[in-house]
Design a protein around this ligand. Structure first.
Ligand code: GDP
Ligand code: MG
Length: 177
């Protein structure tokens, strides 16, 4: 069976959502280009970035979409979500308000995409230890209650950034194969 699947192509659309300035664009920049923007005004970046990944020896293309700042104007449209099979729902561990928004983002995601979309809850900026407002256990508990994967990341120092994307891609691949 390995042989006949060798040339199969996988293209997974994955969306990034969450409040403004939680670090969505920088997580994508870190993952796809190993770049970080210390003073980005939360509008940097491209519409989407395609990243090749290997899972079980298969080449998978993850097409990762960034809101490109539209969340500030409540202008993330249904087209953004259409066809998504994975999502990173991001909050800033130093701003509780962004954690309190997660429920709304999940509702929006479920309204506009397939119920089986693979979701990881991402607590970003874990490098800012002194300013933390949301505990790791709280993030984990919310993820468990909502049936999501969970990880804390830092786009600044790269902690767990690749793991966050890989977790989603691996799970999608295992569901589809
Ligand atoms: P977005 O609006 O969700 O796309 O957020 P951005 O990626 O534009 O990031 C907003 C601000 O937070 C920028 O000034 C980034 O430099 C900063 N930032 C993003 N990720 C991290 C992180 O992991 N750690 C720290 N310390 N700052 C971050
Ligand atoms: Mg952004």
């Amino acid at each position: 069976n390995g042989d006949e699947q060798q040339n199969q192509d996988y293209l997974f659309k994955i969306v990034m959502i969450g409040d403004s300035a939680v670090g969505k664009s920088n997580l994508l920049a870190r993952f796809a280009r190993n770049e970080f923007y210390p003073n980005s005004k939360s509008t940097i970046g491209v519409e989407f970035q395609t990243q090749k990944m290997q899972i079980d020896g298969k080449e998978i293309k993850a097409q990762i979409w960034d809101t490109a700042g539209r969340e500030r104007f409540k202008a993330v449209t249904s087209a953004y979500y259409r066809g998504a099979v994975g999502a990173l729902v991001v909050y800033d561990i130093c701003r509780r308000q962004t954690f309190d928004s997660i429920g709304r983002w999940l509702n929006e995601l479920h309204t506009h995409s397939d119920m089986n979309v693979v979701i990881i809850l991402v607590g970003n900026k874990m490098d800012l230890k002194e300013a933390r407002e949301v505990g790791t256990a709280e993030g984990k508990a919310l993820a468990e209650a909502r049936g999501l994967f969970f990880i804390e990341t830092s786009a600044l120092d790269s902690s767990n950034v690749a793991a966050a994307f890989q977790t989603v891609v691996k799970e999608i691949y295992h569901i589809l194969s």
